[in-house]
Design a protein around this ligand. Structure first.
Ligand code: QV4
Ligand code: CA
Length: 535
């Protein structure tokens, strides 16, 4: 793709006399559709279309995973947990959420130090897998964080006096004066001023209108860009004014030319939870980059669970037709690190690895459907314990030793993961659907079929076709696949190995028709075929 940098776009807008009319039109068109403006473009290598969130993984393990698994199976990139120094909370064990309480911008956490981070970024980039950093820049630690050196790099801080000398930030850099609620906390999501200027769960709220604060944040992000990251998840974006986010994004460097072409802007996706019903909407943030579309997982979970009378057949107009943000502004996922454990948004309908059978269907549907840029979740197991419908163990951190260090991700003989790492991205159904999405990339949504209930099918032009049976009865039907004639290997029940198929075979005749049979009691009641798995 021949892209112009956003700087050039800015120049064209500010000094149009420098450009011919034709060039001008092209630049404005590119900006309008967002194809080439880096903030929306994930900067993945051609032929790859998804990223995976390796939640709480160590940098050393991610480097290995890029080389041994993600690159060979066509994953485009990895979202990593926040790499900057955070508070250490021991009560008596360390929660995962301590990483969302920054102490400084040193690269130094339970996942590893800066050398290990650099090594990971280089090794992943060298095999064509990108790294995206979760940037926690709305706040520092909680107001009750105390004072001392209980931080992941031993930096001193004092939460009470809002002193973070390792940045440095002091009381002047926080929002206290601007927040007008009694206790300084966000109390009402209907008040856009509270949501941006007050404390989220007691977290000390940064004064992002200050150029000093914007510069410190941009310095941190530029440090990561220079190391070679491809973009950022902007944590708690809803709690920052869109214009303040724009101000620090405008200070960002282009990506490292060791791996990216000249003028490439960092990919930006902002965590804005917009399920409707609040004055703050996702669309306010489109100017900065993509947004997380939380309706996606909440609705898909409801449909696949068949709650509220929902049916798979209603998915015919999935995407914008369901009131979601435009496809080229959306980052989509079935579950994330918050809502898989009851934090954040989405509620009980969210599907996770704990509901493996339905979860695989949901992820399969997401990866087959053209809407949005897709992120696959990769989790660790924790001992869930429900009291009055609430998981009292929702805080439990990653698999770790008694001294609090994170356990490595071990790989079993059957390619699954050990040490309680779930590795959903290695489940062969999910991994094969990541490949499916790469194979059908750019092909239209086509040949939709449904039985008016929970049996549906659709194709992606002439490259792939998928069929689901979420009804309580057998599926046996002839469907138009749009695929060239031949014998295909179903990548859900098996794999194509050389010229044989370890799963079900599907015969597509000269007119594109094929017969599909799916038992409603199958462990995986769906079939997916694509031209990359033709025998
Ligand atoms: C407690 C009390 C507060 C009190 C405070 C006093 O609950 O009422 O004011 O002490 O200091 C943790 C605890 C929380 C605690 C807080 C401060 O759970 O009880 O407050 O720390 O010490 C994660 C967790 C949070 C956690 C936070 C910081 O989910 O539970 O808070 O990390 O450690 C909204 C937002 C959205 C957010 C989502 C969870 O719009 O932006 O909630 N999602 C992102 C991340 C998420 C992270 C944060 C934002 C904060 O995805 O993982 O929160 O960075 O929907
Ligand atoms: Ca804020």
């Amino acid at each position: 793709m021949n892209c112009r940098s956003s700087k050039e776009y800015k120049l064209a807008v500010e000094r149009p006399q420098l450009y011919t009319e034709g060039t001008m039109q092209v630049l404005l068109l590119l900006a309008a559709v967002g194809v080439c403006w880096g903030q929306y473009n994930p900067n993945v290598q051609a032929g790859t279309t998804s990223i995976v969130h390796l939640f709480e993984w160590r940098w050393a393990d991610i480097a290995l995973e890029c080389e041994r698994y993600l690159a060979p199976y066509g994953f485009g990139g990895v979202q990593v947990s926040p790499p900057n120094e955070n508070i250490v909370i021991t009560s008596p064990y360390r929660p995962w959420w301590e990483r969302y309480q920054p102490i400084s911008y040193k690269i130094c956490t339970r996942s590893g130090n800066e050398d290990e981070f650099r090594d990971m970024v280089s090794r992943c980039n060298n095999v064509g897998v990108r790294i995206y950093v979760d940037a926690v820049v709305n706040h520092m630690c909680g107001s009750a964080g105390g004072s001392g050196t209980h931080s992941t790099c031993g930096s001193y801080f004092n939460a009470g006096s809002e002193d973070f000398p390792a940045v440095p930030y002091s009381g002047w850099d926080f929002n206290d004066g601007k927040c007008h609620t009694g206790n300084g906390e966000i109390q009402n999501y209907g008040d856009i001023y509270q949501v941006r200027d007050c404390r989220l769960s007691g977290l000390l709220d940064l004064a992002l209108e200050k150029d000093y604060v914007r510069t410190k944040i941009a310095d941190y992000m530029n440090h990561l860009i220079d190391i070679g990251v491809a973009g950022f998840r902007i944590d708690a974006a809803k709690h920052m004014w869109p214009g303040d986010i724009k101000a620090f994004l405008d200070k960002l460097n282009n990506l490292n030319t060791r791996w990216f072409s000249e003028g490439t802007r960092p990919f930006i996706f902002q965590e804005v939870i917009d399920l409707g019903g609040e004055p703050i909407t996702s669309s306010e943030y489109f100017g900065n980059g993509r947004v997380t579309e939380f309706k996606y997982g909440a609705k898909l979970g409801t449909v696949i669970r068949k709650w509220n009378g929902e049916k798979l057949s209603y998915l015919k107009n999935w995407g914008e037709g369901w009131g979601f943000v435009p496809s080229d502004r959306a980052l989509v996922f079935v579950d994330n690190h918050d809502n898989q454990r009851g934090h954040g948004a989405g509620g009980a309908s969210i599907l996770t690895f704990w509901d493996a059978r339905l979860y695989k269907m949901a992820v399969g549907f997401m990866l087959a459907h053209p809407y949005g840029f897709t992120r696959v979740m990769s989790s660790y197991r924790w001992p869930r314990s429900f009291v009055n419908g609430q998981d009292v163990n929702d805080w439990i951190g990653p698999p770790s030793y008694s001294d609090g260090t994170t356990k490595p991700v071990t790989i079993n003989a059957d390619t699954t993961c050990g040490n309680d790492w779930v590795c959903e991205h290695r489940w062969h159904e999910i991994r094969n659907m990541v490949v499916f999405r790469n194979v059908v990339d750019g092909q239209p949504f086509s040949n939709w079929w449904d039985n008016g209930s929970n049996q549906v099918a659709f194709g992606r032009g002439s490259k792939g076709f998928i069929v689901f049976n979420n009804d309580d009865w057998h599926l046996n039907t002839d469907l138009q696949t749009g695929l060239p004639a031949g014998t295909y290997c179903d990548v859900i029940s098996g794999d194509k190995e050389g010229n044989r198929c370890t799963g079900t075979q599907v015969y597509v005749s000269g007119d594109g028709m094929a017969n599909f049979q799916i038992s409603n009691s199958a462990e995986d009641p769906f079939i997916a075929i694509h031209v990359g798995a033709k025998l």
